[in-house]
Design a protein around this ligand. Structure first.
Ligand SMILES: Nc1ncnc2c1ncn2[C@@H]1O[C@H](COP(=O)(O)OP(=O)(O)OP(=O)(O)O)[C@@H](O)[C@H]1O
Ligand SMILES: [Mg+2]
Length: 463
């Protein structure tokens, strides 16, 4: 089943930016809209109150209701706004002047007495028949001794129309902001992510044969620097591992070819003519020896291959190191005697380790010591705890090794000069196995030459 593809980063980021731009524009727009609305409302309120006040003064001081009755037309003309409402009436009589072109119903209004100033609190809100809001107020006045009522109202048709236009523009601006930011964002991000695509293309070009190719950190932005560095470091490790693998298989082929070739040679020579039983027996015995060596080689290689893979093979248990040293020393006693070597052990302690692997590492070191030590010298095996670490050291007298050779000792198939002469026995895998075992234990192995002609291998196990 194919995994669901995630939407593109460019698309997601530009949509997110567009959303932010949209929200920002909408927020600013709503704020402006509300403040304009408030100003408009206030102005319309003031207009209503000013008109009422104006006519109240007019009727009180200059113009009597009687005069008005005689020429109402003149008065009606004085009103400028065609939707606005203006009513002048005496109580209980039909109004003298009634301008209400839209026939808007008026809300119940408190009547403000002639001696009180008109304020915004005297205004009431209503609604025209078309649903347009209106603001109205009413005042009372004595005009030439007659009680007169004035009602003024403003129908906010123009204001509402203006606000509606504003709203439409706002919607348009918000939509435009979204679309423009999304498009621009997409283009810019697409451009900005070019180094990433370059990296991908570069990575796609890398094959086992071209593992030496590296990403160029020069023209990558800082954010991708880390990625390109990590990528390059990964390539370093891969290339290193690959190199070693190649070397390993080449060495392996080479190592196996020699004994197999010699086995074949022996057999071919033997088959050329009829041989005596003794000769056949000798051939079989020598072949068996060679086969044993191949078998050891294959077993070691298998061990190393498995050690590369897994941590789970470890079966740790507490081990008495004194016993372990004794056991190995005892095992190699015969071989040591052949070369007039003496094995000394010292120290004690308990260590948590895999017994089979620990014995194997220790035997490999002691086997080397016995094989490469100067005849008649001493081999030291000692155990000590130092800085939260258990150290098992194997030391012998032997040839002086060059510093360059020392670093190679743990490489697979590496054999020093000493062993070349007796190469039938030596595979060059013993120390590689020791290193692998130490790696499995989270420990380390180290070789030093503490004095001229002395060589010391130390296994460090974390305590
Ligand atoms: N104790 C030592 N003294 C001097 N040289 C040593 C010692 N141990 C190892 N070496 C050198 O290091 C080389 C590598 O050792 P290693 O144990 O890996 O392989 P080997 O002994 O040659 O073969 P194998 O252990 O697989 O049979 C040896 O060939 C030898 O030259
Ligand atoms: Mg060895």
């Amino acid at each position: 089943m194919r995994a669901r593809r995630q939407p593109s980063l460019t698309l997601r980021a530009s949509l997110a930016f567009a959303l932010v731009a949209m929200i920002t524009v909408a927020g600013a727009g709503v704020y402006l809209y509300e403040s304009i609305k408030e100003t408009v409302m206030l102005r319309s309120d003031h207009a209503v109150l000013a008109r009422l006040d104006h006519f109240r003064k007019l009727l009180r001081y200059d113009l009597t209701i009687e005069k008005l009755k005689s020429s109402p037309q003149l008065f009606e003309n004085m009103l400028d706004n065609e939707e606005d409402i203006f009513i002048i009436a005496e109580p209980g009589k039909p109004p003298v002047i009634s301008v209400n072109p839209l026939h808007a119903p008026l809300p119940p209004l408190p009547v403000v007495g002639q001696d009180r100033a008109l304020t915004e609190a005297d205004l009431r809100s209503g609604m025209s028949l078309e649903g347009v809001p209106l603001r109205a107020a009413s005042a009372q006045i004595l005009s030439g001794g007659t009680e007169v009522y004035l009602v003024a109202a403003h129908v906010m048709a123009k204001e509402m129309a203006m606000l509606a236009t504003f709203r439409q523009r706002l919607y348009a601006a918000v939509t435009l902001a979204f679309v423009a930011t999304a498009l621009l964002g997409y283009l810019l991000l697409h451009r900005g992510l070019r180094p990433l695509r370059r990296m991908a293309a570069h990575a796609a070009d890398i094959t086992p044969a071209r593992l030496d190719s590296r990403l160029d950190g020069q023209d990558t932005p800082i954010e991708l620097h880390q990625l390109s560095e990590a990528f390059n470091a990964m390539l370093d490790r891969l290339s290193d591992g690959y190199q070693r693998l190649m070397q390993f298989s080449a060495d392996l082929a080479h190592e196996i070819r020699t004994p197999v070739g010699s086995l074949m040679g022996h057999c071919q020579v033997a088959l050329r003519q009829t041989r005596s039983v003794d000769e056949y027996q000798a051939l079989l015995a020598s072949n068996l020896e060679e086969l044993e060596r191949i078998s050891r080689l294959v077993e070691s290689i298998l061990f190393l291959a498995r050690a590369d893979e897994a941590q789970s093979v470890l079966q740790r248990q507490p081990l008495n190191l004194e016993d372990e040293m004794q056991r190995v020393a005892g095992y190699f006693e015969g071989l040591a005697e052949e070369r007039q070597l003496t094995i000394h052990t010292a120290g004690s302690g308990t260590l948590n380790a895999d017994p089979i692997l620990l014995r194997r590492a220790l035997s490999n070191l002691v086997a080397n010591a016995i094989r490469y030590a100067d005849e008649g010298s001493e081999v030291l095996v000692l155990v000590e705890q130092r800085h939260r670490e258990w150290l098992i050291q194997v030391e012998n007298h032997g040839p002086v090794l060059a510093a360059a050779a020392l670093t190679k000792l743990f490489d697979r198939f590496y054999r020093g000069d000493a062993s070349r002469h007796q190469s039938s026995d030596s595979n060059g895998l013993g120390l590689a196995i020791v290193a692998a075992i130490m790696h499995l234990h989270g420990g380390r192995v180290e070789v030093t030459q503490p004095a001229q002609g002395r060589i010391r291998f130390a296994l460090g196990f974390p305590a």
